[in-house]
Design a protein around this ligand. Structure first.
Ligand code: TXA
Ligand code: MG
Length: 318
């Protein structure tokens, strides 16, 4: 299959209607979309990604009417979250409507839904007149894509079309919360800060870092082929690997080591966490082309977007 990249919406719409899988831009990472009510198309998403069938997908809607095609009931608390944060990188797990294909929700009684904030994709879903399911457009367990070129590199030949909507804004996935029971639970830290949600809700989200309730929560995930090492002593590893390593820095902590390693990138010299999130996967994709012995990095400040970035680093290092 020949894979085309373009900014035109029509080919994406055409292929989705044909029951094919296409890559779409969002404000977080690129997604691998299929018509949300076509089970054969949904099965192709699992096949293209080589994703295990027990991992449920996120429904992407463009309107509130489409939300009601997915979920059975929406409480007042949930409505208030929707008003505050949609369209945007907040995924809500809610009781599913019976009509949601079981394959999409991995047999669960719940379904994950979000309204992405990307004009092209919103228009696409609106014109399709149905929600799309869309996991991140990477092979299962590998780095997430933040540009159309990343998707092309990983999935060329497997899908007919990549809708190019530029580099994604956040660079990390949506925040997922389980609203099917109270108090709400954080399933995956992401682009909307945990603290922001808690301020809005007026209470702390439950969060068990060790639970494997969502596949983004597998211990190893988002992982580059080059081993990633989280350390306070980069010098030890630089010596061990004779400088054939990459450093991923933040806020110029290791700026003095810039010239003794094969690759150096500061995710944000000024210490800005959004900028760091935007640069994370781009940097990892770039390092993969260099064939180095290891990637050295250290935790980022553990608040705001730093929580999502540290979560990715932890799983990438596992
Ligand atoms: O930012 C994002 O959310 C991106 C873009 C493309 O929208 N999508 C994304 O999808 O990250 P994916 O498939 O890579 O991750 C979906 C996560 C998984 O961790 C999955 O377990 C969880 O959503 N999930 C889906 N349905 C669920 C459910 N019913 N209960 C609990 N977790 C669910
Ligand atoms: Mg993913």
């Amino acid at each position: 299959m020949k894979t085309l990249i373009g900014t035109a919406l029509e080919p994406a719409l055409y292929w989705l209607k044909q029951g094919e899988v296409v890559a779409i831009p969002t404000e977080t990472v690129y997604g691998l979309a299929a018509h949300g009510f076509n089970e054969t198309a949904i099965a192709k998403v699992f096949a293209v990604k080589q994703r295990p069938r027990f991992n449920p997908l996120i429904y992407h809607v463009a309107t509130i009417e489409q939300l009601y095609q997915c979920v059975a009931a929406v409480s007042e608390d949930v409505k208030s979250l929707i008003n505050a944060f949609w369209p945007g990188p907040l995924t809500l797990v809610l009781p599913a409507k019976q009509t949601i294909p079981l394959i999409a929700r991995a047999g669960l009684p719940t379904v994950a839904v979000r309204m992405p904030k990307h004009p092209l994709t919103l228009e696409l879903i609106q014109r399709l007149e149905a929600p799309v399911v869309a996991p991140s457009a990477n092979p299962f367990g590998y780095l997430s894509p933040t540009t159309a070129q990343h998707v092309y590199k990983m999935l060329q030949g497997k899908i007919p079309y990549i809708l190019d909507g530029d580099t994604t804004h956040f660079g990390v996935e949506s925040t997922i919360i389980d609203c099917s029971q109270k108090p709400f639970r954080l399933l995956r830290p992401g682009a909307i800060e945990k603290e922001t949600l808690e301020r809005h809700l007026g209470y702390s989200l439950l969060w068990e870092t060790n639970q494997i309730k969502a596949p983004g929560m597998l211990k190893r995930h988002y992982a580059p082929h080059t081993p990633l090492i989280i350390t306070k002593e980069p010098e030890t590893f630089i010596q061990k690997y004779q400088g054939k390593v990459a450093i991923i820095d933040f806020h110029q902590r290791w700026h003095n080591l810039k010239d003794v390693v094969a690759y150096y990138k500061d995710l944000s010299p000024q210490g800005d966490l959004l900028q760091a999130a935007q640069n994370l996967f781009v940097t990892l994709h770039e390092i993969e082309t260099k064939k180095l012995q290891a990637i050295l990095t250290d935790w980022l400040p553990n608040h705001g977007l730093g929580i999502a970035i540290n979560d990715k680093l932890r799983r990438a290092a596992h």
